[in-house]
Ligand binder design. Structure first.
Ligand SMILES: Cc1cc2nc3c(=O)[nH]c(=O)nc-3n(C[C@H](O)[C@H](O)[C@H](O)COP(=O)(O)OP(=O)(O)OC[C@H]3O[C@@H](n4cnc5c(N)ncnc54)[C@H](O)[C@@H]3O)c2cc1C
Length: 426
């Protein structure tokens, strides 16, 4: 290692950047973390946070390996044992009694017990994960947190990089990791372009308090206007809670955002399926723009991108942070353990990371779009089967099953025929 104070500078202590910093420190690297705002400590029994993530089994194992999981569990999280996806009957079907039955035939459901597991995933408030990672970084002597601080300028040379923070302070490092989210300043300063598709549908998240009992199922119903999803939240203040995700046209979401709580609750009751436990209050709501965006390169001359700085994905199946954790784990593996003279910014380490992660992230982006089309009832099964080259309409449910398992993070891989089909379609 060189005489500089920090081998690696991580820009952004969101969930992904903070987890990477801990993994690198565990490998003996000296890490600087630059973050504009420290996470707030979660308050016991407070109303659940609006921003939550469905963490997959893979993310759970990695956070366990980092030693962060027990602190997250000590706050709170909501495991889900079942996951269901179906399409709502549309057109004349919607108003006949048998319509619901037909919709149920297109229902795909997974149960942890049948897969030999305790749970399929955990819904965790982002502030719980961020706080646990932040605290752990504070207890790690080889991590230096710069906060509040943000990256302003970057100079890359063959031998290292110089960062200038908004405060004017400068730092020398061997590698800069851009973990600063979808609007990454690191990516812009490194001159890395992106391909971007703005989805017409946008997402709104609403936290509801509902009639007990607390749920252990997460579900998603596709309607012609867009999906409606329910995620169980941890119990708080003696009540059951859930997070609703409502995808729709921007104008509809404008109306919903402007409604008072009584009208919003009435609209939720009308629009969501009977599976939704009766909502009693909807104290928090927020809107999030959704876009598919992929950096043209993940690595360039002493700079590497991870998490949302490298890719944003349709949040339909909630895989954004799970992919980010996979990036962080792969980068930590490529960097390997620190040793005298080891160069963390050596291009062969960074290209190994990019070669592993870029195709996997691209595949998940494509799978997410396929998942959407397999459930959105705007395309009849026979037409879909032909378009996808599946031969028979009867193969659609099977493909749907496997793509759902992958998109929801239950399976790590797609069956080879579907993976090669996706590559051809892409
Ligand atoms: C509605 C919605 C629902 C979602 N649900 C899920 C889900 O269920 N499961 C899931 O896996 N994912 C989900 N996602 C996606 C997930 O939230 C993101 O993929 C994840 O938060 C990305 O983490 P990150 O650490 O890469 O980036 P971010 O969370 O954006 O963190 C970036 C960090 O960088 C810091 N930063 C910014 N600029 C600078 C700068 N100049 N200098 C220094 N630091 C800077 C920020 O303060 C922040 O802390 C959802 C997204 C949306 C919109």
């Amino acid at each position: 290692m060189s005489e500089r104070e920090h081998d690696i500078a991580v820009i952004g202590a969101g969930m992904v950047g903070a987890a990477l910093a801990l993994a690198c420190a565990a490998n003996g690297w000296r890490v600087a973390v630059i973050e504009p705002s420290a996470p707030e400590e979660p308050i016991a029994d407070s109303e659940p946070d609006l921003r939550v993530s469905a963490l997959s089994a893979g993310s759970e194992s990695w956070l366990r390996a980092l030693g962060t999981w027990p602190a997250m569990q000590a706050h709170r999280m909501a495991p889900f044992q079942r996951l269901a996806v179906w399409e709502a009957p549309s057109g004349p079907l919607a108003s006949v009694p048998g319509g619901r039955l037909l919709a149920n035939q297109a229902r795909t459901e997974f149960d942890a017990t049948r897969l030999g597991r305790d749970h399929l995933g955990q819904i965790v408030e982002n502030r719980v994960t961020r706080w646990a990672l932040w605290e752990q970084m504070g207890q790690t002597p080889t991590i230096t947190r710069f906060c509040p601080a943000s990256l302003k300028a970057l100079e890359q040379t063959d031998n290292g990089a110089t960062l200038t923070l908004e405060s004017g302070e400068t730092l020398e490092t061997g590698l800069v990791v851009g973990a600063d989210g979808a609007n990454s300043v690191t990516r812009r300063l490194a001159g890395i372009g992106t391909s971007r598709t703005q989805y017409r549908q946008q997402a709104m998240v609403i936290n509801i308090r509902h009639a007990p009992p607390a749920q252990t199922i997460t579900w998603q119903m596709f309607t012609p206007q867009g999906p409606r999803a329910y995620l169980p939240l941890p119990e708080a203040d003696g009540s059951a809670w859930g997070s609703l995700v409502w995808y729709d046209q921007p104008e509809t979401l404008d109306d919903l955002m402007a409604m008072d709580e009584t009208r919003l609750l009435a609209r939720i009751r009308r629009t969501f399926p009977l599976e939704l436990p009766d909502p009693e209050a909807a104290p928090a709501r927020g809107r999030f723009p959704i876009a598919r965006e992929h950096a043209h390169h993940y690595a360039r001359n002493r700079v590497v991108l991870i998490g949302d700085a490298a890719h944003t994905i349709n949040p339909l199946a909630g895989q954004g942070v799970n992919l980010g954790f996979q990036d962080a784990a792969a980068l930590a593996r490529s960097l390997g353990p620190a040793s005298p003279g080891a160069d963390p910014g050596a291009m062969d380490r960074l290209t190994a990371y990019e070669a592993e992660r870029r195709p996997r992230n691209r595949l998940m982006m494509d799978a997410m779009d396929l998942f959407y089309h397999l459930f959105s009832n705007s395309t009849p099964p026979l037409h879909l089967a032909r378009t996808l080259g599946l031969g028979l309409a009867g193969r659609v449910p099977l493909a749907r099953d496997r793509v759902t398992r992958y998109a929801m993070g239950i399976d790590d891989h797609l069956p080879a025929p579907i993976e090669s089909l996706l590559k051809r379609l892409a």
